[in-house]
Design a protein around this ligand. Structure first.
Ligand SMILES: Cc1cc2nc3c(=O)[nH]c(=O)nc-3n(C[C@H](O)[C@H](O)[C@H](O)COP(=O)(O)OP(=O)(O)OC[C@H]3O[C@@H](n4cnc5c(N)ncnc54)[C@H](O)[C@@H]3O)c2cc1C
Length: 317
């Protein structure tokens, strides 16, 4: 096993495959291998070789263990001079990445937007100042811990001809972790994944009553879109679960169409939308900041515009 290996861990299989793509960029540039770290019982583990892993290490000791144990198991599974550890920026992965970098006394680049290699060094882009700027950072620590959400890296094509080895790591200091998890209680929420949605209708605070969501649901059904919202619509109004709010502290999305209605388009919201192909906005305030980032802007009262727009579409579709 060579030095400078690049490690990938995520409990989300689709995200893990995309991270393998990022890991390959690093490993190919420094002539090392990509190692996928899997939890025992992960049925997708072996299949990761087809998506770019050279080795799969199955960490056998983690069943029923808390997050702290994952840190020890991952560190124990690292080979000599690891180059980077890519972790899925999920609810589980984000604290794991922080714990890993603190335990290893190394750098952590959280929720990167892009990655490239410059003269053997990892270069990442990240949002700064609440989404107002993009910074480019050279990662000088090793192993550098990096987290990314879905769609930062492209999904690699499946290559059935790839071969690699699967190793089981049966002993680890994770066993010494002094407490056990009794079990998980599933959170009741809808299982929408806005990060992969092709069309999103975003509802802002300009929508006055929950019953008014009906017209947006109708439109979403007509055009095959998902409903999303701004933070206050989820957190203050409680009309949607937090998995549907978009922005700096919410989801990062990359749809073909982002249709945003009744939102001022503050920077913390628009930070999560910058990868959208077409942004169409409706606001009755002609100087609303949302218009600065829109491809198509409609200055109108949404209560006049939306019913007319839906009626017009019905005539076409
Ligand atoms: C650290 C931090 C992180 C944050 N993270 C996020 C985040 O991840 N996501 C997020 O969304 N926000 C986030 N916020 C909050 C963000 O700054 C804004 O407060 C929020 O996005 C505003 O939501 P809004 O656009 O729905 O509401 P508002 O800013 O109140 O805008 C409502 C808009 O509706 C328009 N309007 C009103 N009535 C009508 C009508 N009848 N017809 C047409 N238009 C109408 C108004 O002109 C106005 O522009 C964050 C803030 C901080 C400080």
């Amino acid at each position: 096993m060579s030095a400078n290996n690049v490690y990938v861990f995520s409990e989300n299989a689709a995200l893990a495959r995309e991270l393998l793509n990022g890991a390959r960029t690093i490993a190919d540039a420094v002539g090392s291998s990509v190692v996928f770290l899997a939890i025992d019982g992960d049925e997708s583990a072996e299949g990761m070789i087809k998506y770019g892993a050279d080795t799969v290490k199955v960490l056998d000791v983690l069943a029923g263990k808390p997050l702290e144990a994952y840190v020890h198991a991952i560190i124990d599974a690292l080979d000599e001079n690891p180059k980077a550890i890519l972790i899925g920026a999920t609810a589980h992965g984000k604290p794991l990445a922080g714990l890993l970098s603190a335990t290893l006394s190394t750098g952590c680049s959280a929720e990167i937007r892009g990655l490239s290699m410059v003269e053997g060094e990892i270069q990442v882009t990240r949002m700064k100042y609440g989404g107002a700027a993009l910074s480019t950072d050279i990662c000088t620590t090793a192993p550098h811990v990096i987290t990314a959400t879905r769609m930062v890296f492209e999904m690699p094509a499946e290559d059935a001809s790839r071969t690699g080895e699967v190793l089981r790591v049966q002993k680890s200091s994770a066993e010494a972790c002094t407490y056990q998890l009794d079990g998980f209680e599933e959170k009741s929420s809808d299982s929408v994944d806005l990060t992969t949605a092709k069309k999103i209708i975003c509802i802002g605070r300009g929508v006055k009553a929950e019953k008014d969501l009906e017209m947006f649901r109708e439109l979403a059904e007509m055009i095959g879109a998902e409903l999303g919202c701004t933070a206050p619509v989820a957190k203050d109004n409680g009309w949607f679960g937090v998995e549907r709010y978009i922005g700096l502290s919410g989801k990062t999305v990359k749809p073909q169409l982002y249709f945003i209605v009744g939102s001022s388009g503050q920077i913390q919201h628009m930070a999560g939308v910058s990868g959208s192909k077409i942004v169409l906005s409706v606001n009755h305030d002609p100087v609303a900041p949302v218009f600065n980032q829109s491809d198509y802007s409609v200055v109108a009262n949404l209560y006049d515009f939306m019913p007319a727009f839906i009626a017009e579409l019905k005539g076409i579709l």
